[in-house]
Design a protein around this ligand. Sequence first.
Ligand code: HEC
Length: 292
Amino acid sequence: MKQRTPVFVNILIIIGLLIVFYYLFVQSYVFFASPYFWGTVVISCILAYIHSAIGDIIENNKFKKLSAEEKAAYIAEKKIPYFKRLYDSAFKKQSATEEKDILIDHGFDGIMELDNQLPKWWLGLFWFGTAFCIVYMAAYIFTDFASPIKEYDAEYKAQIASIAEFEATQPPVTIETAVFSEDNVAAGEEVFKTNCVSCHSEGGRGGIGPNLTDNYWHNQDEKTLFKNVFHIVDNGVAGTAMQAWGKNGVLTGRDIQNVAAYVYHINQEQPPITPAEGGAPPYGEEAHWEKQ
Ligand code: HEC
């Protein structure tokens, strides 16, 4: 007669599965505070106990029908602690006599097959994997669990909200308060790549818009280069393709401060890209900027 799994092991497995199940559907651990979770735990425990009690009755009946020898063997095996029994059975080797019983002769090819029992740990993993797969698929199909689009949406909204909060708490950057900082160059390069390369080309070498790396400037509205770039990007150049990025509400003062830092960087801290190197030809007058 086979030994039964103790009820506490079944309960531990059930609670483990319930936690996985709840987590996949709720997608956080808040369910630990929910009466539904503890309700299902209690109901499952009661069912497990009832199941075990019925098992006890059946076991008693079967036990009565065993021979004295079988009874003794059964009792001896039952005394071994459950986990030791589990461990032994997981790594059990068939003895030679047992092997004889499980040999399958295919008859025609002379090859014998040893119909070994699958190891318990393997079966356990297999059933756990199957159950997990079903719950996971159900959670994926019927809830928002693991949906990349929903996750992206949530992260996107959170990011927009944090940017809005940042803008609300920081005073807006204007041409009076804007300052050049080496730290803004990298962020400015991103702004430039997104908004400006279509006309001013890679690295500001010029295309539809003029070359921003040389010292020739068509618009010289401010005394320093940094403020001049801020002014042009903020107000645009009327009658040309260069729109008023700030006044039109496309870029914030902070974005303009960043992109102006980038333009300053490619103009003052890098060698100019000459027409021989693929830069656009000079446009406007040679500039004599005041120091920052
Ligand atoms: C749709 C094309 C286009 C885009 C996009 C564009 N520009 Fe321009 N930009 C121009 C044109 C055309 C001019 C020349 C205006 C003129 O004739 O004075 C110009 C002029 C400028 C000037 C002044 C150059 C000078 O010699 O006076 C700066 C600085 C500048 N742009 C920076 C930017 C920045 C920074 C961005 C991105 C935020 C940007 N531009 C996006 C077309 C564009």
